[in-house]
Ligand binder design. Structure first.
Ligand SMILES: Nc1ncnc2c1ncn2[C@@H]1O[C@H](COP(=O)(O)OP(=O)(O)OP(=O)(O)O)[C@@H](O)[C@H]1O
Ligand SMILES: [Mg+2]
Length: 371
């Protein structure tokens, strides 16, 4: 029996808008114990509204407010289902860390006014679950001049560093980001570019499936050099860190502009997108100053077998493995990171790494909502 208020629940709904991930864990003496997980599907209409809200130019305050409430309810539903499945009582939960759904991310440098917005009303989550909620993790870092992203490196450092090995933890979600854990203790990281988001968008448009299972469809095509070189011309790729990105920069309409005057079959475009994701991630890793001994992947991209094969072939002798090899299921690393960030908040400990985000100082992240 776990004693009172020791459990933290992480809630993650990422750029892919594939599902809401809820993970319950304890974290004592540096050891994470995953108690249970729950994946909440997102109804198709809500998914469409979220993706609509992500497009600058299609601004709709009514839709924004409604979606904020609807997502608050859906996040709460996911937590209630998890707590019920695992017989967790509200008084056993120290806090829920809710990332929220990003609908806009305009980091410093990308626009004249920096902002980032995650929605899914935390008041509703607190009221429905009877638990304390920590939310709005990114904006304090941005208020201090940072990108508010990526925020997972401090968690990766706590859990996955090894004094004998220089490691990279790569999260392939909608966007890909890496954390470098050098064997001298240095830790830094940044977004490398697209993860699954372009692959999902193209696959959905041409097959009706929300993702390309195991990368089988993409692997049936041939990567096109001309398209690949156009994609690699994206200005984000040439920026130096700190850097972060989102759907504003990588989306279907940008891809379709690159396809103008190219006559390619859909499978070849998918193959090229897979190559693009693998190459941009591998090139970011190969350009690091430290020689890297091991690479561990988390996020849904790890289940795209064709992408993993390409990544390994782009990285030569450096072994590419799953975070499962380090003891944490790759599907739940992000949700656990936000559970851990909620714990950092309650303990008044920092959640950001200024070297990663560019913020002027370390700070505890998130606002606390009481039930
Ligand atoms: N079996 C599979 N085959 C191929 N791709 C998969 C498979 N399972 C999951 N994925 C990919 O992983 C994606 C979901 O990954 P994940 O949940 O890590 O991303 P996310 O929600 O965008 O998270 P974040 O932005 O926080 O990193 C799916 O949209 C899909 O593209
Ligand atoms: Mg997801």
């Amino acid at each position: 029996m776990i004693s009172a208020a020791e459990i933290y629940i992480g809630l993650m709904s990422g750029t892919s808008v594939d599902s809401i991930d809820a993970a319950a864990m304890t974290f004592n003496d540096g050891q994470l114990q995953l108690i249970g997980t729950y994946s909440q599907p997102i109804p198709a209409i809500l998914k469409r509204n979220i993706i609509d809200l992500c497009q600058p130019g299609r601004d709709n305050v009514q839709l924004y407010c409604q979606t904020d409430s609807q997502l608050g309810e859906l996040f709460a539903t996911a937590v209630v289902a998890l707590m019920s499945a695992e017989s967790i009582a509200p008084d056993q939960v120290a806090a829920i860390g809710s990332h929220g759904q990003t609908i806009r991310h305009a980091p410093p440098g990308a626009s004249a006014i920096a902002f980032t917005q995650q929605i899914g009303d935390a008041n509703i989550i607190a009221a429905r679950t009877g638990c304390k909620v920590v939310a709005d993790f990114r904006r304090k870092d941005m208020a201090l001049g940072g990108h508010g992203a990526p925020l997972v490196p401090a968690f990766h450092q706590t859990l996955f560093s090894d004094p004998m090995k220089s490691r990279v933890i790569a999260n392939i979600g909608g966007i890909s980001n890496i954390t470098v854990l050098a064997n001298n203790g240095h830790c830094y990281g940044f977004d490398t570019g697209p993860g699954n988001l372009l692959l999902d968008a193209w696959c959905n448009k041409h097959t009706g499936c929300s993702f390309d299972d195991k990368g089988i469809w993409g692997a049936s095509g041939q990567s096109d050099d001309k398209l690949l070189s156009r994609l690699k011309f994206h200005p984000f790729l040439a920026l130096s860190a700190p850097k972060s990105t989102g759907r504003e920069a990588f989306n279907l309409s940008w891809l379709e502009q690159q396809l103008t005057d190219l006559d390619l079959i859909a499978e070849d475009v998918q193959a090229t997108l897979m190559n693009f994701t693998a190459q941009t991630l591998a090139e970011a890793i190969r350009a690091l100053k430290e020689p890297i001994d091991e690479i561990y992947i988390c996020g849904g991209g790890v289940f795209n077998e064709a992408l993993m094969t390409q990544l390994q072939s782009n990285l030569g002798a450096i072994p590419v493995q799953s975070t499962q090899q380090l003891g944490l299921d790759p599907a739940w690393v992000e949700a656990c990171a936000f559970a851990w960030l909620a714990r950092q908040r309650l303990h008044g400990l920092p959640g950001n790494l200024p070297r990663v985000t560019g913020a002027s100082r370390e700070t505890s992240l998130g606002a606390v909502y009481l039930p």
